[in-house]
Design a protein around this ligand. Sequence first.
Ligand SMILES: CSC[C@H]1O[C@H](OP(=O)(O)O)[C@H](O)[C@@H]1O
Length: 341
Amino acid sequence: MKNLIATSLKYQNGELSLLDQRHLPHQTQWHICQSDDDLVHYIQVLAIRGAPLIGIAATLWIGHIAQQGANASALLASVEKLRASRPTAVNLMNYLDRLKQAIQQGQDNQKIVALAEQIFAEDVQLCAAMAEHGARLIKAESKILTHCNTGSLATAGMGTAIGVITHAHKNGKNLQVWVDETRPLLQGGRLTAWEMQQAGVPYKIICDNMAATLMAQGAVDMILVGADRIASNGDFANKVGTYSLAVLAHYHNVPFYVVAPSTTVDLACTNGKKIPIETRDPQEVKGISAAFGSVQWAPDEAQVYNPAFDVTPAELVTGWILETGVYSQQDIQQGALQQFK
Ligand SMILES: CSC[C@H]1O[C@H](OP(=O)(O)O)[C@H](O)[C@@H]1O
């Protein structure tokens, strides 16, 4: 398999390495994946994260073991193990199912390697196409609020919602980005802030509970978020806190867009209620643990509710920015997502 390089994942000289996102922005620590169990662990602890990127990582691992001569049953066993590593982001299943189909059709290992390389290249292209479509929507002077992290750390390319933002910035748009820190794991305050810094985009970090007052002040012109799974009716799952932003945006008449590639669409899922929502370790809410220190502020006995995602109904979405264009609620109601059958 040829060398494939993304911001937080690389396949180089026959090794799959990942940049441990738990330690960003203050530490840059790479891990070499030694087994599928290794990769499952890194996905589950969010060392590697982001709906498209976890699918890409799993894809490259399958390409890697195919390159090493794994037989069909070993390949399929790894596919199933990786497929079950996190339940919500459907890119993981969509990518692995393409490989699974090729393996079950008896395609030889070199074809599997080539397909893994193709999926990586496609993801890069999907990001570029979304950025083009989305950047056209952004006015010359815009204050944009975004949630979680959806940049090059979360994809093989320039990102989804953050890809739109950085592309608009490069195109000369005068942006101010409000970065939701995104409790509990601070993907916004740590990772999006780092990406905005790298891209030279003016930004300010806010606590998630500050978004409402910003909208009340008229300080938000647009909200751009990513997605982990989009149902056939346009409902979508995304990092927890997205739904409350959508409700606030509706109340304050702030345009609210979801940016995602079609690999995030699950046509078998008819509405948002059917999207499996991952619940995570209570310790993530009771404190914070990372390379820059661990602290627990909650009582040991505290009970916790820690869903990693929530679901936003289509009725609260202004538009869906996909690689094929920007779709309105009417487009979605008329079946625009069926093109991805
Ligand atoms: C383009 S990333 C999409 C999506 O994935 C993130 O979840 P996580 O950090 O748990 O992997 C977040 O929901 C992003 O919006």
